[in-house]
Ligand binder design. Structure first.
Ligand code: FES
Ligand SMILES: [Fe+2]
Length: 436
């Protein structure tokens, strides 16, 4: 349970809010590079941390991210002409480059220097790992990009996708910090029948049947949490008979990336705040050694995404993807399947997650929840975020923002006789530390 004040601080991400300022110290993975596929292509509208923005790729291939509103008389730059290294507003022809500088102002006299006095708000953006990262903080505090292993491997060893969800970022982030729900929400009565629409998922579940069986047998794992230089890790320990314990150690990279363990390939999510009531999930999976031969690794089942234009209450529209199974069609729930096939009656595992994230409400009322012993990691993550947001208000910069070179570690999924999280991390450092 949180106080209303803490819940507000945790969930509000707009300019000037404590959490919004904390997030503005980190690079955020906001778009797929493929959404801006070539120089001078069509711009894309996005909302990030409550700000309405337009992204474009200029004639040299550089990405610009600028305010949606032209600084002249506020026309939308999305409708601009993306030409000759800049985005030209279609209302009166003012043109801006990726740095937000006005490089042409044909509606003013040629001798005017008004052009030099006008800028459109712009944010630095970089292509890295097939993703467009955006930094919205003070320019003098901009750090190098976080060196995630998934972003560093060759493109054919990686998959990325993204979609919008109608809920605050924290609800989805908490889902990946909650190892317990895997034993319930994602349960299939017969693991061999898991996701019958997806043969690759089915094959994977066969190869990890022992891990799945351990998950199903023990729905109340023991949790431990440890803060790290990049954020925190938490271990969920389940008994594994004579072999000791089955440990799932999940990483939480500040400010919004979670990386649960997976035996056959690696994956994770970035829960990027769009505004207080919406978030954009970036899902990534990778194989550090060889090309990834499944469509999306193993993390999202066969979630079906559609490209949509999504309007907000202020009239702004963004270009994004969303799950075809959504609240208005009850996420495709099949009550017969729920009785005989799986726990939810909903097919794709990721849709099961979207359903529980969104149906908590746009912003979960945490003043009315009742947390149990297995919610330890969620409690720790909230405390850490709230503490860092308040420290930043007092002028203490988040250390994790300066530790991008440590962001390459992997999550661990292992059966071992080690009984403590510290022991697991020490003994299995070879698994936790990537090599790319
Ligand atoms: S509103 Fe954009 S140039 Fe006038
Ligand atoms: Fe889940």
């Amino acid at each position: 349970m949180l106080s209303q004040r803490d819940n507000d601080v945790l969930c509000q991400v707009g300019p000037g809010t404590p959490m919004g300022e904390l997030f503005r110290r980190f690079w955020l993975p906001a778009l797929l590079s493929s959404e801006l596929p070539e120089p001078d292509c069509e711009p894309v509208r996005l909302r990030l941390l409550g700000e309405n923005l337009v992204a474009f790729r200029d004639s040299e291939g550089r990405v610009g991210v600028v305010d949606n509103f032209c600084p002249h008389r506020r026309a939308s730059l999305f409708y601009g002409r993306n030409e000759e290294s800049g985005l030209r507003c279609i209302y009166h022809g003012w043109k801006f480059d990726v740095n937000g500088d006005c490089v042409d102002m044909p509606s003013e006299p040629a001798e005017s220097n008004f052009r030099d006095k006008v800028k459109v708000k712009s944010y630095p953006a970089e292509d890295f790992g097939d993703v467009i990262w955006i930094y919205m903080g003070p320019p003098e505090l901009k750090q190098p990009l976080p060196q995630y292993e998934w972003a560093r491997v060759p493109s054919d060893q990686r998959r990325v996708q993204r979609w919008i969800q109608d809920c605050n970022y924290m609800q989805a982030l908490e889902g990946d910090l909650d190892s317990t729900h895997v034993s319930f929400l994602h349960r299939w009565m017969d693991p061999d029948q898991a996701t019958p629409w997806d043969p690759q998922q089915r094959q994977r579940r066969r190869t990890t049947a022992s891990g799945q069986a351990l998950l199903y047998r023990e729905g109340a794992p023991k949790f431990s949490v440890k803060e790290t230089d990049f954020g925190m890790v938490y271990g969920a320990r389940r008994p594994a008979g004579d072999e000791g314990f089955y440990w799932r150690v999940t990483n939480f990279f500040m400010p919004v990336v979670t990386m649960p363990p997976q035996p056959t390939s690696w994956f994770g999510h970035a829960w990027v705040p769009v505004d207080d009531e919406h978030m954009s999930c970036l899902a990534f999976s990778w194989n550090p050694n060889e090309p990834l031969n499944t469509p999306m690794g193993s993390n999202n089942g066969n979630i079906q995404l559609e490209r949509v234009q999504m309007p907000f209450s202020d009239g702004f529209i963004i270009d994004t993807w969303r799950d075809v199974r959504q609240a208005l069609n009850n996420y495709g729930i099949d009550r017969k399947l729920q009785k005989t096939g799986n726990f939810t009656g909903i097919g794709p595992q990721r849709t099961q997650d979207v359903m529980v994230n969104e149906t908590q409400g746009w912003i979960s009322d945490r003043t009315r929840e009742h947390l149990g012993t297995t919610d330890l990691a969620i409690i720790a993550a909230r405390r850490m975020l709230l503490r860092m947001a308040r420290e930043l208000e007092d002028g203490v910069e988040p250390r994790a923002a300066q530790q991008g070179d440590l962001y390459h570690v992997r999550a661990i999924d292992v059966v071992t006789e080690e009984s403590t999280l510290a022991g697991v991390l020490e003994r299995h450092v070879d698994i936790a530390t990537a090599t790319v």
